[in-house]
Ligand binder design. Structure first.
Ligand code: ARG
Length: 252
C-alpha cells in the first residue's frame, strides 16, 4: 500500500514537472502575425506552411537572439490591432514603417527593405501606360489596410477613377485583373514582380513608381523595448554575417 502511494506521488511529481516545462516552452514562443498573399515576403509554400523572406529573416534573428517564434496568417488590416490587443508579439508583413499613423500604434524595428508602389495592369492592356491614363469610369484595386489601398482611395476621392476596390488578398486582386473586373492594381513593386515571375503574362507594371519610398520593418507592441532591441541586434548580426544577403539571393 505504502509502495503504491509512493509510486503515485513520484508519478504525480513527474507529471507536474512535465506540465511546468510545456507551459514554459509555449511562454517563450512569440507569435508573429503576417498576411501571406504577399510573395516573396509572405506566402504559403507547397506544404501549406507560412514562408517567405520575412519568415526566413525573422527565424534567423530569433535563433541568433535565443527566442522562439511561430506564425499566423491573418488579414493585413488585423495585424496592428492584434498587437494592440496583446494577441500577437511581432508583425512580419512587408509593412511600410514610414507611416505616422502606424508609428503611433506600434514600434518599428530598423528597416530591412526599401520598396515602392507601382501601377499594375493586365498584360494585354494597351490604354493605361501611367497613372495619368486612368479614367473616371475605371476601377483600381488595393489590398485592405495597405498603402496601395490609400493611393487607390485618394484617386477615387480626387475623381480620377470611378472606384477604389479594396480587397482582402493580393491574390484576389490579381484574379480580378485577369477577369477584367478591375482596370488596375496599386501594389508593391517586388511583390508584383514575384506574381509575374510565377505566372508570366498575367500582368505588367506601367509608368513610374507611385507615392513615397517605403521602408519595410518588423513591428512590436508599443513600448516593448526589450524585444525591439533583440530584433534590431539580430537584424544587424544577420546583415553583418551575410545571412541577409543569402536570403535576398534565395527569394529575389
Ligand atoms: N507595403 C504595403 C504597406 O505597408 C503593403 C504591405 C502588404 N503586406 C502583406 N503582407 N500583405 O501597406
Amino acid at each position: 500500500m505504502k509502495k503504491t502511494l509512493m509510486k503515485f506521488a513520484a508519478l504525480a511529481s513527474v507529471l507536474v514537472m512535465m506540465l511546468a516545462l510545456t507551459s514554459c516552452g509555449s511562454d517563450d514562443t512569440l507569435l508573429v502575425v503576417t498576411e501571406a498573399t504577399f510573395p516573396p515576403f509572405d506566402t504559403i509554400d507547397d506544404d501549406g506552411n507560412i514562408a517567405g523572406f520575412d519568415m526566413d529573416l525573422m527565424n534567423a534573428i530569433a535563433e541568433d537572439q535565443g527566442f522562439k517564434v511561430e506564425y499566423k496568417d491573418i488579414g493585413f488590416d488585423s495585424l496592428i490591432p492584434a498587437l494592440e490587443a496583446d494577441e500577437a508579439d511581432i508583425i512580419a508583413a512587408g509593412m511600410n514603417s514610414l507611416d505616422p499613423e502606424r508609428q503611433a500604434k506600434v514600434d518599428f524595428s530598423t528597416p530591412y527593405f526599401d520598396s515602392q508602389l507601382v501601377l499594375v495592369v493586365a498584360d494585354s492592356n494597351t490604354t493605361i501606360n501611367s497613372v495619368a491614363d486612368l479614367k473616371p469610369d475605371m476601377k483600381v484595386a488595393g489590398q485592405i489596410g495597405t498603402t496601395g489601398a490609400d493611393e487607390a482611395n485618394a484617386l477615387e476621392k480626387d475623381g480620377k477613377i470611378a472606384k477604389a476596390v479594396i480587397l482582402d488578398k493580393v491574390s484576389d486582386a490579381m484574379l480580378q485583373l485577369q477577369n477584367g473586373d478591375i482596370d488596375a492594381i496599386i501594389l508593391d513593386k517586388p511583390v508584383t514582380e514575384s506574381y509575374i515571375a510565377k505566372q508570366p503574362g498575367i500582368a505588367k507594371i506601367v509608368g513610374s513608381p507611385i507615392g513615397e519610398l517605403e521602408s519595410y520593418a518588423f513591428a512590436v507592441q508599443k513600448g516593448n523595448e526589450e524585444l525591439l532591441e533583440k530584433i534590431n541586434t539580430g537584424l544587424k548580426n544577420m546583415i553583418e554575417n551575410g545571412t541577409y544577403d543569402e536570403l535576398v539571393a534565395k527569394w529575389f
